[in-house]
Ligand binder design. Structure first.
Ligand code: B3K
Ligand code: ZN
Length: 879
């Protein structure tokens, strides 16, 4: 993102260490729904090397009183202007006391202290990352200021029986008038963004845990009473995560209690506040009647992610927000490694790479592209992106691959040891990893500094006489015209003979003689690598395991991809060959000049469909070609509706090739063993069953609709139920209406299940869906105030339904723009995230581009937009 509002931009290059630190902070809350009051006492420490006045951040705060070193300040001894409180005469060791009033019920932005749920039944909670703490009290709200927290919560006992904050419990007691108090002390100094409190009526489940180093910990998960029974899976996942981090990284938990709280009103997935994680209910609650298999896995992954932050983020935090990927990329990588260990590693890799291509590659190719470590921002909340998270995780994966498992562990041990209690930088990270292994990893910094997906061109040349195979690799940046420094790109390579056997690899100067797979490192613009004793021209399997986040360009013949699809023993690479072949098949259909790839792809999959030994979940993924968003990335002029039609045709050709009968038999076979169990085999069967039913629907509509009705009625769990409803909706089945109504009634009281109901309907392809979306907005349960609901209706429509959103008449763009305005007034973070759906508009075909441009320019001309939304819209106009 490139901000032209020069003065609003915050730059990495301008970083200065804090002039004032806060060694300890005491917070005393008097909590209530409409109005809460808070007294804060800061013990200040001055950096002797700097001479700036004391300046504290504060936003939307009503200052009730202020005193320095015990004396109330005169009005001319401080100034509160532009969200900064400047105080005269503070000195090293001064104590500043402020009292402020907060309005939680009126806080619709869900940042700072706010109310979740209704006035009468809801509870209070906080969200501080990135800069929410300044909405709670005056403070140097930046992650390199770390303090010891003592937090006392006071509230009416009946209305707020549960009072929680991060840290260890340090006393409770009764007060007058039916109020009570609870105190927490956190022994670990922390940045303000990790502060949290929760107050209200909540139930809990609890478990005792003993860490590998012998600490007794009480684990509590809290939720409203109607949801508490859906927290058991998360508790198991938490315990698995804690054990895994002890084993895999030697990291133990470090407080006496660990709380997780579920809320339905949350701007993102979850938050790793020290000792008091707060979760979007979507990533915590799970039960078989209302959660799909995918959702179970997401709960496990997010519970792990937030828990892992306790070390990668909390004990070692970020010096400034430019280093965000230091904690996020690293923690995503740690979560991915955990999930790969808990589930199937190749399937996890397929899921992660698909997400990268669907969410991060388009981001990197459009106007909001930014480096993993951005150089500047206007609103930091706009930088919690797929680039910082997912690409950031790929960079850590490359480093871990470079060092090997043990070397990476050695490096991580040194990183944690050296930086414990510090606010660190990416240089600190690369420095520790490198030093522990006596290698220089600093060249990888180039990856953190440049935006865009690099392209890697590969060419192979076989020389029969010398029996050598020369692989030439050439890298170039994403947009060609810009000169970018060369990146270190690790390329994992295997070679296949024409029978699909892997060759033993021999390279001069390499220790790994005779292995089937090796990693070559391209660390300059281009280089050649020579393999010896290669008798015939091999088929190279490149970038195995997706060893670097690049776009690979290699001129495979369709038959070569089919060979890899049939024989590659590595599940990820097998899938990848199929994806590349499917892209070529798609181009066959689009261009109408050849059908060699189409035939190769469908033939290879028809064979695999009959294979008995193949993993059923992998087969389901193999039978799924790249989605419409990925296909659009390959086009210079994008017509999303044409892409949708071709994508459908591609799958139709596959279904025809496999044949209605084979599909029906497989479906029946899988349907017979329907179960509610969650083990890997049962999940795999459901995944393949869903895919089979979808393909069958393309060749035998009426029969499939009948099957889907039965499946919907008899489904033992949500995975089957939702899959059936989806097929009914997408095939416009006569039975769809009653199934939709029945689902609505059945889950009237289950917000997360209703979210899926909105999303499924919003994602039905085609022009008619826009009117359906407008109708769904009228549903009694729809509200712009709840981020999950907004996401399930509008997010699903504008991001998950390209052919519905990109109507040729521009009505989708108009609808988005209108709702963005309403949403921005309530919740700027959610509005800004939704607005990124305009990404890629410059590559639309001319008519749609013109319509999108008109709508975006109109938004850009609106000077009432929040800083969040405005930054996104301004970037869209610039790209
Ligand atoms: N660290 C939080 C995200 C905070 C987003 C602030 N807008 C969750 C996570 O990545 O674990
Ligand atoms: Zn995170």
């Amino acid at each position: 993102m490139n901000d032209t509002q020069e003065n609003a931009a915050i730059r990495l290059a301008d970083y200065r260490a804090p002039a004032w630190h806060v060694d300890s902070i005491e917070m005393d809350f008097d909590l209530d729904i409409e109005s809460s009051e808070l007294s804060t006492r800061l013990l200040l420490r001055r950096d002797p090397a700097q001479d700036s006045p004391l300046r504290l951040n504060g936003e939307n705060l009503e200052l009730l009183s202020i005193a320095l070193d015990g004396k109330t300040l005169d009005a001319d001894a401080y100034r509160f202007v532009d969200d900064l409180l400047e105080i005269d005469n503070a000195r090293d060791g001064s104590v500043l006391e402020t009292r402020v009033r907060l309005r939680p019920a009126a806080n619709t932005a869900l940042e700072g202290l706010y109310l979740s749920g209704s006035h009468d039944a809801g509870f209070l909670l906080t969200q501080c990352e990135a800069e929410g703490f300044r909405h709670i009290t005056f403070f140097p709200d930046r992650p390199d200021v770390q303090s010891r927290y003592t937090v006392t919560l006071r509230a009416n006992r009946e209305r707020f029986p549960v009072l929680l904050a991060g840290g260890n419990p340090d006393g409770v007691g009764d007060l007058d008038n039916g109020w009570h108090w609870v105190r927490f002390v956190d022994p670990h100094p922390k940045p303000s963004y990790l502060f949290a409190l929760v107050a209200g009526r909540l139930d809990k489940i609890t478990r005792d845990y003993v860490t590998a180093d012998g600490r007794k910990v009480v684990l509590n998960i809290w939720a409203e009473s109607d949801a508490i029974d859906r927290c058991h899976y998360a508790m198991d996942a938490l315990e698995r995560s804690m054990r895994w981090d002890e084993r895999a990284f030697g990291r133990n938990y470090d407080l006496d209690v660990f709380h997780i709280v579920a809320t339905h009103d949350f701007n993102m997935g979850a938050m790793e506040n020290k000792g008091l994680n707060i979760f979007n209910a979507k990533y915590l609650l799970a039960d078989q009647d209302s959660s799909t298999d995918d959702e179970y896995r997401h709960v496990e992954a997010v519970v792990a992610h937030e828990y892992f932050h306790n070390w990668s983020g909390n004990r070692v935090t970020c010096r400034d927000w430019f280093q965000l990927s230091l904690k996020e990329g690293l923690t995503v990588f740690r979560e991915q490694s955990f999930s790969a260990d808990m589930n199937s590693a190749p399937l996890k890799r397929i899921e992660d790479v698909s997400l990268l291509r669907r969410a991060q590659f388009p981001e990197d190719a459009g106007p909001i592209a930014h480096p993993v470590r951005p150089a500047q921002y206007s609103e930091i909340n706009n930088f919690y992106t797929a680039t910082v998270y997912e690409k950031g995780a790929e960079l850590v994966r490359m480093l871990s691959g470079h060092l090997g498992k043990q070397g990476f562990r050695r490096g991580m041990d040194l990183y944690f040891e050296r930086n414990d209690g510090r606010a660190a930088t990416l240089e600190d990270f690369l420095g520790s990893l490198g030093e522990a292994n006596q290698v220089d990893l600093m060249p990888y910094l180039a990856w953190y500094a440049q935006a865009g997906t690099p392209r890697l061109k590969a060419e192979g040349r076989h020389d029969a006489e010398s029996r050598t195979y020369t692989l030439r690799l050439i890298q170039h940046g994403s947009n060609g015209h810009e000169e970018k420094p060369a990146l270190p790109i690790p390329v994992k390579v295997g070679l296949f003979d024409r029978d699909g056997e892997m060759l033993d690899l021999h390279m001069d100067g390499q220790t790994s003689h005779g292995e089937k797979e090796t990693v070559v490192l391209l660390d300059q613009a281009q280089a050649s690598f020579v393999f010896r004793d290669v008798v015939e021209a091999p088929v190279p399997s490149l970038l195995r395991g997706f060893s670097a986040p690049v776009i690979l360009e290699y001129e495979y013949a369709p038959a070569e991809l089919a060979l890899l699809l049939a024989h590659d023993p590595d599940g990820f690479n097998q899938w990848e060959a199929g994806q590349q072949l499917a892209c070529r098949a798609y181009e066959n259909l689009r261009d109408g000049v050849a059908d060699d790839a189409l035939i190769a792809w469908t033939d290879a999959l028809a064979l695999l469909f009959e294979a008995t030994e193949i993993d059923q979940a992998l087969l389901a993924d193999l039978l799924t070609p790249p989605g419409e968003i990925e296909l659009a990335e390959r086009e210079a002029s994008v017509d999303p509706q044409r892409i949708h039609a071709l994508h459908r045709q591609l799958q139709l050709r596959l279904a025809e090739r496999i044949g209605a009968r084979a599909l029906a038999e497989k479906y029946e076979m899988l349907h017979k063993c329907s179960t509610i169990k969650l083990d890997a085999t049962s999940q795999a069967q459901r995944r393949l069953k869903r895919r089979t039913l979808e393909l069958l629907g393309l060749v035998d509509s009426a029969e499939t609709q009948r099957r889907a009705v039965t499946q919907y009625r008899e489904a033992p769990g949500m995975t089957d139920r939702l899959a059936a409803l989806n097929v009914l909706l997408r095939s416009d089945a006569p039975q769809a209406g009653s199934a939709v109504a029945q689902y609505r009634a059945r889950y009237a009281d289950n917000a997360l299940a209703l979210d899926k109901w909105f999303a499924l309907q919003a994602q039905v392809p085609g022009d008619a869906t826009l009117d359906r979306v407008k109708m769904l907005e009228q549903d009694a349960s729809f509200t712009l105030r709840n981020p999950n609901r907004v996401q399930s209706l509008f997010g699903a429509f504008v991001r998950g339904n390209p052919s519905g959103f990109h109507r040729a008449d521009g009505a989708g763009y108009r609808l988005l723009a209108d709702r963005l305005l309403g949403l921005d007034a309530l919740n700027p973070q959610v509005a800004a995230r939704l607005a990124t759906a305009f990404n890629g508009w410059q590559r639309l075909e001319p008519c749609r581009r013109e319509l999108a441009h008109a709508v975006i320019s109109e938004l850009a001309g609106n000077d009432a937009l929040s800083r969040n939304l405005s930054e996104i819209i301004v970037s869209m106009m610039q790209g």
